[in-house]
Design a protein around this ligand. Structure first.
Ligand code: FMN
Length: 165
């Protein structure tokens, strides 16, 4: 499938094969995050790579993330702003980097799912993340073991405004 069709057909994957993701593929996913655009190139992002089963189990305690214990790896996206620009745009920067990873996974046959259902204080304590940082989201990655149907999206005419609102 062409790259554009892979992106257009992407779905959140919540069931993963046991097979681990080779490091070469994983490294490209992470590199896609590192290469993301960033406001004034401040790059206030930090990523925690989680492969440890006990840590994955701990992160999967929320009812919105129970499936991530079976993921090959998880990326915790953290914003640590250090100036005015990164204070304003840091969360956007981290979001773009994480979505770059999602797309880099998709084109390499790796499924993923965004996770916003976590307790930020608990995640900070688990990884010793600085208090002034913001945990933006978690993304789980693994080879897909399900073929979910495409989720309904809003119709284009409802969301696309041409030249004026
Ligand atoms: C910011 C954000 C947070 C999300 N949090 C969760 C979550 O905690 N648990 C979960 O199962 N899915 C989560 N999702 C996935 C959405 O449910 C999913 O993207 C949406 O239903 C559309 O489905 P699709 O990704 O297959 O197109 C999240 C997605 C985003 C963008």
């Amino acid at each position: 499938m062409s790259c554009i069709n892979l992106i257009l057909n992407r779905k959140s994957i919540r069931k993963y094969k046991k097979e681990p993701i080779p490091e070469t593929i994983r490294d490209k996913i992470i590199e896609a995050g590192r290469q993301a655009p960033s406001a004034a190139n401040r790059q206030p992002w930090h990523f925690i790579l989680v492969t440890d089963s006990a840590v994955k189990d701990e992160l999967s305690k929320s009812r919105f993330s129970s499936f991530i214990k079976d993921a090959s790896f998880i990326i915790v996206g953290v914003c640590l702003p250090y100036d005015q620009v990164s204070k304003i745009w840091g969360v956007v920067d981290v979001t773009i980097a994480l979505q770059n990873m999602v797309l880099a996974a998709e084109v390499q046959g790796v499924g993923s799912c965004w996770i916003g259902g976590f307790n930020e204080n608990e995640v900070k304590a688990l990884f010793n993340i600085p208090l002034e940082a913001k945990v933006v989201a978690l993304i789980s990655f693994g080879f897909p073991d399900e073929k979910p149907s495409i989720r309904q999206k809003k119709e284009l005419q409802e969301i696309l405004h041409k030249n004026k609102w």
